[in-house]
Design a protein around this ligand. Structure first.
Ligand SMILES: [Zn+2]
Length: 479
């Protein structure tokens, strides 16, 4: 139903008003419409989880050495050494997970502390402004080396942690990805999907327009998995790409047999549900978390039963033409037992609802809008009632989790306070669980953003980001 743009294989024009730091030939791709349904600016893929896994690959570990060192350093009081840059941030109101409180913080070598250091190199007078931990984007494919405009956009919005659940492996390296100067990104590389599975229509289009070649297909853009033998034979190749986590695709698994060989369902089919558990077990044995794209409630069920770590969409985020025509959304209603099990297993769920909100608010008739919003509200409420962790991710190629956050508050599905906590605390900490981020406390990385307005009063205040700091250094405004 949505425009299904993927995955960093082509350059997109930046959204209007966005500063592009590097001039270059930008062109807008032909939009790919799988159905006549709402237009959506992202692909429809998915993501990760909490598991005793190396949260980043060795390569990424090396790339974010500064952050890692800070994280280690942060477990002890920050050390003042010769050359240490000590800053004081005075007169700010700092978010503590519930409210903003007046405090003074110091950044000592990129780590927050409340104790006055022996020397101050610079004072930042925050003039009563509001300080939030740098926020996260749990699902977007635009964070690649091809898209300077997206990196700019994240930094300007104070979103410094991004998860990219399906990317071309060769577009991971960039001067502002996994460096002190930019955003920290986890990459899954190609996702696991069956022959003709989601999201191969995007690959097809990219090959047609010359952005990719056939050689970029199986083994790069995706890993075709139709059998247990495929898992066995392709696993070394998957690991060779040094992913940070594993991404799999489930698409109406209750109709797996019906869809698997029918051309009508090209790119609208997912893995054989019987293969999901073996994939998850293999991934966990290899030390990787697994993130599952799901669409229906049955996909959600299979993902939970297989023990994935993260479910990349709330069922109902992509309403099929059939369901809309019938006005029957029962296939997206998460079962209570599955929600309970997801909570018990500490499986996280990424929202990615802005696209469907846009559709329901602008194109659906009033009855459909009402029943669609009711479905989403029920699913989200059921997950929260079962203590399932909710992460804020947009899956919108030309946008960020800021748009997702705004729409979740505007729709009334989350309160302002819940949203801030999920977006700026929980999401960052779930992306990089071993780092001391997502909180404004002693010993945490000094990564934060400054707003003149109070987002607990008026949530749209999050759109007016005046300053962004990473490791205590000012990224925005650039000096
Ligand atoms: Zn996606």
């Amino acid at each position: 139903m949505f425009i299904d743009l993927e995955v960093g294989t082509f350059e997109l024009a930046p959204p209007q008003g966005l500063v592009v730091s590097k001039k270059g030939p930008l062109h807008r791709p032909t939009e790919i419409v799988e159905t006549s349904m709402p237009t959506r600016n992202g692909c429809n893929l998915c993501c990760t989880a909490e598991y005793p896994f190396p949260e980043v690959s060795m390569r990424t570990c090396a790339a974010i050495a500064v952050g890692a060192l800070l994280a280690v350093a942060a477990s002890a009081p920050p050390q003042e050494t010769k050359g240490t840059r000590n800053y004081v941030f005075s007169n700010g109101q700092w978010f503590d997970g519930k409210q903003f409180k007046p405090k003074t913080f110091y950044s000592i070598n990129g780590v927050l502390q409340t104790k006055h250091p022996s020397r101050i190199d610079r004072e930042f007078d925050l003039q009563g402004m509001y300080v939030l931990p740098a926020c996260g984007e749990a699902h977007n494919h635009n964070a690649t080396s091809q898209h300077d405009w997206a990196i700019d956009d994240y930094i300007q919005k104070g979103i410094l942690y991004v998860k990219n659940p399906s990317n071309m492996p060769r577009f991971r390296q960039h001067g502002r990805i996994n460096t002190a100067a930019g955003i920290d990104v986890l990459f899954s590389n190609g996702s696991l999907t069956p022959s003709g599975g989601h999201p191969l229509v995007l690959l097809k289009k990219d090959i047609q327009r010359g952005a990719l070649t056939e050689a970029d297909g199986d083994g790069v853009y995706y890993f075709g998995i139709d059998s247990l033998a495929d898992i066995q034979t392709k696993w070394p190749q998957i690991l060779n790409g040094k992913p940070d986590f594993i991404k799999i695709n489930l698409v109406y698994s209750e109709e797996f047999e019906k869809r698997k060989n029918d051309e009508k369902y090209f790119s609208r089919r997912g893995l054989n549900p019987s293969l999901v558990k073996p994939i998850v077990e293999r991934a966990h044995q290899s030390g990787f978390s697994v993130s599952a794209h799901v669409e229906s409630a049955m996909d959600f069920h299979h993902a939970v039963q297989a023990g994935v770590d993260e479910i990349s969409h709330l069922p109902g985020f992509w309403l099929s033409e059939e369901a809309l025509a019938k006005g029957d959304f029962s296939g997206y209603r998460i079962r209570e037992a599955d929600a309970r099990e997801a909570g018990r297993r500490r499986i996280r769920v990424v929202t990615s609802l802005n696209g469907v909100f846009e559709y329901l608010n602008s194109k659906a008739d009033p009855a459909t809008r009402e029943s669609g919003l009711k479905l989403l509200a029920q699913n989200l409420a059921l997950l929260r009632a079962n203590s399932v962790t909710i992460l804020i991710g947009s899956d919108q190629f030309r946008r960020t989790s800021q748009a997702e956050a705004l729409s979740l508050v505007e729709s009334g599905l989350m309160t302002k306070q819940e949203l801030l906590k999920a977006w700026c605390e929980t999401t960052p900490r779930s992306i990089f669980p071993k780092r001391r981020i997502g909180r404004l406390q002693d010993g945490y990385e000094a990564n934060f953003l400054i707003l003149p307005g109070d987002p607990l009063r008026e949530f749209s205040a999050v759109k007016d980001v005046r300053m962004v700091f990473k490791h205590g250094e000012q990224l925005i405004p650039r000096e």
